[in-house]
Ligand binder design. Structure first.
Ligand code: UAG
Ligand code: ATP
Ligand code: API
Ligand code: MG
Length: 486
């Protein structure tokens, strides 16, 4: 493809060589560069991609896209300068893959919690409607039934457009994707054409990256300046901010507490096996059953419902799709011990998520709530004591353990969480090793108790300082159950 053509509508300066050349592909990682590549230099959080320009040339790059002047590159290599390479790579990738997001309907879901759950519920509905569906998010990416590994919740723009392209090639009709605040801030979704944007909620998380709640909010807002219809949770504190500052042609609102919402859920009932509620739309009332309990699950169902209504899917099909969903891996996933207690494996890794799960458990627990959890390393530290306090206030016993410590000292993270639990009346202990932590909680469980193992949900690994090991909360629980005698 001609570099000139690729750069159409982009404002740029040729620093060296000519833009009248063919490039074979686009890369942002020098290690993936092949003969004839355009290498895009990105100023990163760890390293500066401009420093890898020479090694990209050694690997075969024919052209470089930069945002800073670089010296010492062979004069036969074309160097093109733009003001923001992250923005431009998104536009180039969209053009390189021939504008794939024009060729299917695209729903983007953003919010602190509930994105993965909402996308899976949406997928169930789209499939009940007979559509071949693509899904992009934390657990995995899917093209119809084909499962692809996801490295990130929202991929880099180049990888995202390539995935879209493969979805088009395989005749996908509709795509539902999680749109993380990081991706909105780092221009990963810049070139996407969203038919629908869904907003779940905004609560404390990711301040390591965004620094303030205002920045975090404004990152989420970006989605609602990129989509035709906005589906907004009217019960959320930031709902009116999102509506007032966005440019959607239409809005559909949902809520439980706010009965002015277009979709208002009432008569919520829950037990360990799931939730049920009623919702009225255009004069008809529908009774809906969900496989996952919790008020938060009803929000996610309403969010999925709103997104699908915006695509003109009938309510009868929406109900069918929601009811076909048998639960989502690591999202309030329950396991029954033959000793008469139950274990819930859940991905709550932020204060609001943890609070919601514990409140839901309180609605039907017969015995005690025992919570095993920790916080991830190299992530927002401010949430650690807050989550500690929430766990302490809403549990009868806590085992504070490790999540993914990454490069941090596991004991220090545990102590920061402990500071929050200490301020409550809850009895607790700290067990840094997660396997031992889970075993500790299971060993003390009695009939009627509910054990919550929070933070890692579907993850089948644990990121330690020097290695990534296999670790799966659900597997640990099932393994322990096999050793139990009645
Ligand atoms: C904060 C953030 O998102 N960082 C991402 C970002 O890193 P970075 O910009 O700092 O990149 P870098 O590692 O400094 O490298 C800069 C450039 O040099 C290039 N390079 C580097 C080394 C080399 O030998 N050659 C080379 O060309 C890199 O390819 C890159 O283009 O670009 C990297 C390359 O694509 C990503 O791996 C990295 O994600 C990190 C791993 C990450 O953990 N991101 C998380 C926070 C994230 O994005 N999370 C959200 C989910 C949040 C949620 O669900 O709530 C997500 O969407 O997944
Ligand atoms: N609508 C919601 N409101 C608050 N908490 C929720 C909601 N939905 C799910 N949760 C809680 O948050 C956890 C994560 O849910 P989910 O994976 O759907 O969110 P996510 O936004 O995709 O998270 P991530 O940012 O890690 O991708 C769940 O396991 C549950 O504890
Ligand atoms: N999307 C979240 C997931 C956190 C999951 C938790 N297990 C952790 O590792 O901190 C993040 O990257 O902050
Ligand atoms: Mg997710």
């Amino acid at each position: 493809m001609k570099l000139q053509g690729l750069l159409k509508n982009v404002s740029y300066e040729v620093l060296q060589g000519t833009d009248n050349i063919n490039i074979s592909n686009i890369q942002y990682d020098s290690r993936k560069v092949t003969e004839g590549s355009l290498f895009v230099c990105i100023v990163g959080f760890n390293v500066d991609g401009h420093h890898y320009a020479s090694s990209a040339v050694v690997n075969g790059a024919k052209a470089l896209l930069v945002e800073e002047n670089i010296e010492g590159i062979n004069e036969h290599i074309t160097i093109v300068k733009v003001s923001n390479t992250r923005k431009v790579i998104a536009a180039l990738a969209d053009r390189y893959y021939n504008h794939p997001s024009d060729k299917f309907r695209l729903i983007g879901v953003t919010g602190t919690n509930g994105k993965t759950s909402t996308t899976f519920l949406t997928k169930s509905i789209l499939e009940a409607y007979g559509k071949k569906t693509g899904i992009i998010g934390t657990i995995e990416n899917r093209i119809g039934d084909e499962i692809l590994k996801a490295h990130r919740t929202t991929p880099e723009s180049l990888d995202l457009q390539e995935l879209f392209y493969n979805m088009v090639e395989r005749n996908v009709n509709d795509v539902v994707m999680e749109v993380s605040s990081h991706s909105l801030d780092l221009h990963r979704v810049d070139a996407c054409r969203f038919d629908v944007g869904v907003y779940t909620n905004l609560t404390l998380d990711h301040l390591d990256f965004h620094k303030t709640m205002e920045n975090y909010r404004d990152a989420k807002l970006k989605l609602f300046n990129m989509c035709d219809t906005g589906v907004i949770n009217l019960d959320d504190n930031y709902a009116s901010y999102m509506i007032d500052n966005s440019s959607c042609k239409k809005y559909l609102t949902y809520g439980i507490d706010n009965d002015e919402a277009d979709l208002n859920a009432v008569q919520l009932k829950m037990d360990l096996g799931g939730a049920s509620f009623k919702v009225t739309y255009q004069g008809t009332t529908y009774a809906i059953k969900l496989a996952t309990p919790g008020k938060f699950s009803v929000y996610n169902a309403l969010a999925a419902m709103g997104g699908c209504l915006a695509l003109a899917i009938p309510m009868e099909t929406i109900k069918e799709g929601l009811e076909k969903n048998k639960g989502i891996r690591g999202r309030f996933q329950s396991f029954a011990s033959k000793k008469g207690y139950n274990v819930i494996v859940d991905y709550a890794h932020a204060p609001d998520g943890l609070l919601n799960v514990l409140k839901s458990m309180k609605e039907f627990v017969k015995g005690r709530i025992i919570t095993v959890f920790g916080c991830g390393g190299d992530r927002d530290r401010s949430k650690r004591p807050v989550m500690g306090e929430i766990a302490g206030r809403h549990s009868d016993y806590c085992v504070i353990t490790s999540d993914n410590p990454r490069t941090e000292d596991p004991l220090s993270i545990v102590q920061e969480v402990e500071a929050g639990v200490k301020g409550t009346n809850c009895a607790y202990e700290t067990v840094v090793d997660r396997l031992k932590g889970i075993h500790t909680a299971l060993a003390m469980a009695k009939e009627g108790d509910l054990i919550l193992i929070a933070g890692k949900g579907h993850e089948d690994y644990q990121v330690l300082r020097d290695e990534i090991i296999h670790f799966d909360d659900a597997e640990v629980v099932l393994g322990y159950f096999e050793t139990e005698r009645i």
